[in-house]
Design a protein around this ligand. Structure first.
Ligand code: 13P
Ligand code: SF4
Length: 304
């Protein structure tokens, strides 16, 4: 079946089944193009919580679909490829977090949404790359424990007087980007502004003109007077950047920044998910309820 035929069948079935297709900004172009909504982790969690659809097909990785299942217990949340995971989320489990918390009694735990539902359930509040600083600032405590991303924690530390303790996880894709690669990209494109994701190491963030979530980069690029941008995040975002800004130029900071898990979902997998209505994300209710508290606290933090 051609991509056009697959796309036609997907749209037809989605309508018939009252399903909404959400796609993260790192998904392959054809999946982004067929989705009802594309966005970053925060935007997609909000969309999931507000949708009136009966089925949510989440084109992304497991932690994102789990977040949708946490906020939408009455909906069928489907992750088209069961083993689409996240290297960072795998770096911390609930028992490790319990042991870490014991070292910091009384200190609130701020957990990046790039984590399992079990880890969220052990946390006081969640955050995303779009709101980490606001979430930390919203807490009364003067010390916090941030998990699982050390780079996001170090970034937030620069914007608050609170003492941030952190777990030393990282994104295997963003953490690999070096200042030498940035220097090379800047030498090749001297007029370009550098946009970087807060999962990059601090030395890379020091060189950036803007540190943003993936959707934050889309806003920055659209609003900026600049015509060229170096993009220090997963290469999937380039599709949306180019589509929304046809008169501007975007260059990947490194063509090696590919999250294999984000590329596991294609149109065939999406169609199969709609046809079979699976694989469904099912969370144990006690875990879901505790994780929900952490996600709801995050959603209640005012956005800038
Ligand atoms: P965003 O929430 O900024 O889209 O980031 C998600 C992610 O997985 C980054 O690696
Ligand atoms: Fe996880 Fe990194 Fe992939 Fe984002 S890019 S989903 S943090 S492994």
């Amino acid at each position: 079946m051609s991509n056009k035929e697959l796309a036609g069948k997907i749209r037809e079935l989605a309508k018939e089944k009252n399903a909404i297709i959400l796609a993260h900004n790192y998904q392959v172009p054809e999946v982004q193009d067929i989705a009802d909504l594309t966005g970053d982790s925060l935007a997609l969690s909000i969309q999931a919580s507000e949708t009136e659809a009966d089925i949510i097909i989440f084109c992304g990785v497991r932690f994102m679909a789990e977040t949708a299942a946490i906020v939408c217990p009455d909906k069928k949340v489907i992750l088209p490829v069961k083993n689409a995971g996240c290297g960072m989320a795998d770096m911390l489990n609930a028992s490790e977090l319990k042991a870490e918390k014991a070292k910091y009694p009384g200190i609130p735990v701020v957990t990046y949404v790039n984590s399992t539902a079990e880890v969220k359930a052990e946390s006081d509040i969640c955050c995303t790359s779009a709101n980490a600083v606001q979430v930390v600032k919203s807490l009364k405590a003067t010390e916090v424990l941030m998990t699982p991303d050390k780079n996001l924690a170090m970034w937030a530390q620069r914007h608050t007087d609170k003492k941030i303790h952190y777990w030393s996880g990282y994104c295997p894709i963003h953490n690999e980007l070096t200042i030498d690669q940035i220097k090379k990209a800047k030498a090749a494109h001297p007029e370009a502004l550098l946009m970087a994701h807060p999962e990059c190491v601090p030395e890379v963030l020091d060189m950036a003109d803007a540190v943003r979530s993936t959707s934050g980069m889309l806003i920055f690029a659209a609003e900026s007077k600049a015509k060229e941008f170096i993009v220090a995040t997963e290469v999937g975002l380039l599709h949306q950047l180019k589509k929304q800004n046809p008169a501007k130029q975007f260059y990947a900071a490194s063509s090696e920044m590919i999250c294999k898990d984000m590329k596991k979902t294609g149109l065939k997998e999406l169609l199969r998910a709609l046809q079979t209505e699976g694989p469904v994300i099912i969370l144990p209710e006690p875990i879901r309820l505790r994780a929900l508290k952490a996600v709801e606290r995050m959603m209640a933090v005012p956005r800038d």
